[in-house]
Design a protein around this ligand. Structure first.
Ligand SMILES: Cc1cc2nc3c(=O)[nH]c(=O)nc-3n(C[C@H](O)[C@H](O)[C@H](O)COP(=O)(O)OP(=O)(O)OC[C@H]3O[C@@H](n4cnc5c(N)ncnc54)[C@H](O)[C@@H]3O)c2cc1C
Length: 398
């Protein structure tokens, strides 16, 4: 054990809202906070926005509908779906376009495949158009606390170690890094399967391979599971995924009788699905299917099957200890199967929009505590800005 020496560091910025993590949730949070009048920064350790959706090559924008013909996600979730294909390729299913055949919406889900490069470029444009200050290549490392509030974030980049002051923080790291470091309660899982989505080229065709060990079956004997909050496992998943990709290439060469098949593009970040999350004031689980919470800030369908819907309570985005911290994306408080539903792109955008809007309102209200935020106001701003919160269909009230 060694003791790190105390040192003075420079404050490189002061913002109303600091969003940590520039994946889908972070981008949605930053846009929402900026559009609601906050001075916003987005801190991202990599060098482009999108997280798993771009750098991770997870290029399927899963459904914005419930599989029964009803759209359940609007707002920034729907905006980003459109932005994902702005520079193509990709197409919104005809029946989900304006004037499309509504009767087909039960059969065809509102989803699409996008191109990671186009999406990263268009997302970055959108952030800049909305005056979000982007800090790329900047890793969140620690916090400076003032009692139970975060006063500043400690970050590291090419300029060394420095601080960013802020009034409210959105943890959109996917791994609840800010929650964990600031002493908020978190939960970790080590159940991640080996995965390595990649593109191959055979001299003629570019092909996407959704390479992964099966999700809902026992782990294959030659494989294992990984924890995303353990550096050894992060290393291991990176290395094992690349071996996995190479094995698949050899297999493809053999089965297709084509020695010219090679890997063209591989994930630039490890493909962890569920790593560490906030243990929030409410944890969503299987019992909450169609359960309407009084602090609902959005909803989602189940990407895996048709029918179920989940209302998302604001309390699943906040903990009990750190007053000015809100989580978004795959590290919000959801358990088991419902975590599996909440971790995909569309609900990440929904919780991102809610977290960013809440953070901007917190600053406007000169409030220091998310637990005391005026929820009716948050809900009405979200609805005004396209979020679907209370459609007329079946629901039980909390
Ligand atoms: C193999 C696999 C297949 C999947 N398939 C699909 C699919 O088909 N469709 C779908 O919708 N979803 C799919 N998902 C899930 C989905 O892609 C992600 O869960 C979702 O994109 C998560 O978004 P996020 O913004 O919460 O987190 P992430 O995308 O993980 O973004 C977090 C961001 O924070 C940054 N970050 C992390 N720590 C720090 C730090 N300390 N400092 C600064 N920056 C930091 C990261 O670099 C990253 O950019 C899949 C996931 C995996 C792994």
């Amino acid at each position: 054990m060694i003791i790190e020496k105390e040192r003075r560091i420079t404050v490189i910025g002061t913002f109303d809202v600091a969003v940590v993590g520039g994946g889908i949730a972070g981008v949605a949070s930053a846009l929402a906070a900026a559009r609601n009048g906050a001075r916003v920064c987005l801190i991202e350790k990599e060098n482009m926005p999108g997280g798993l959706a771009t750098l991770g090559l997870v290029v399927i924008y899963l459904p914005l509908c419930d599989g029964m013909g009803n759209q359940v996600i609007g707002g920034i979730g729907e905006e980003l779906l459109k932005v994902s294909i702005k520079y193509g390729p990709g197409r919104i299913p005809d029946c989900w376009r304006e004037g499309g055949d509504v009767s087909q919406r039960k059969e065809i889900r509102y989803m699409l495949e996008f191109n990671a490069a186009s999406f990263a470029i268009s997302m970055e444009e959108l952030l800049l158009e909305n005056s979000v200050s982007i800090f790329y290549d900047t890793r969140f490392c620690s916090v400076v606390m003032d009692g139970n509030r975060i006063e500043a974030l400690i970050v590291e980049n090419k300029g060394g170690r420095s601080a960013i002051r802020c009034n409210a923080v959105v943890d959109a790291t996917g791994d609840a890094d800010v929650c964990y470091v600031s002493g908020e309660k978190t939960v970790s899982v080590d159940t991640n399967r080996r995965a390595g989505w990649f593109y191959s080229y055979d001299g003629n065709r570019i092909e996407l391979h959704k390479l992964s060990d099966p999700l809902y079956e026992p782990t294959p004997p030659e494989s294992r599971t990984y924890a995303g909050d353990d550096w050894r496992d992060v290393n291991a998943l990176n290395i094992d995924a690349r071996k996995f990709i190479l094995e698949r290439i050899h297999e493809l060469r053999k089965t297709r009788g084509n020695d010219s098949i090679y890997p063209l593009l591989i994930p630039a970040i490890p493909q962890f699905r569920m790593t560490r999350r906030l243990e929030g004031q409410v944890t969503m689980d299987e019992r909450h299917e169609r359960y309407y919470f009084k602090d609902t800030i959005g909803m989602t369908g189940d990407w895996r099957k048709r029918g179920p819907i989940y209302y998302i309570p604001f309390r699943s985005l906040i903990g009990t200890k750190v007053k000015n911290l809100v989580a978004a994306g795959r590290c919000i408080s959801a358990h088991g199967d419902v975590w599996d539903i909440m971790r995909v792109i569309p609900p990440c955008a929904v919780t991102g929009q809610a977290a960013g809007t809440a953070a901007a309102l917190l600053c406007q209200e000169n409030q220091g505590d998310f637990s005391c935020l005026n929820i009716e106001r948050l809900q009405s701003v979200l609805i005004e800005q396209g979020t679907i919160i209370e459609p007329e269909w079946c629901r039980e009230k909390e």
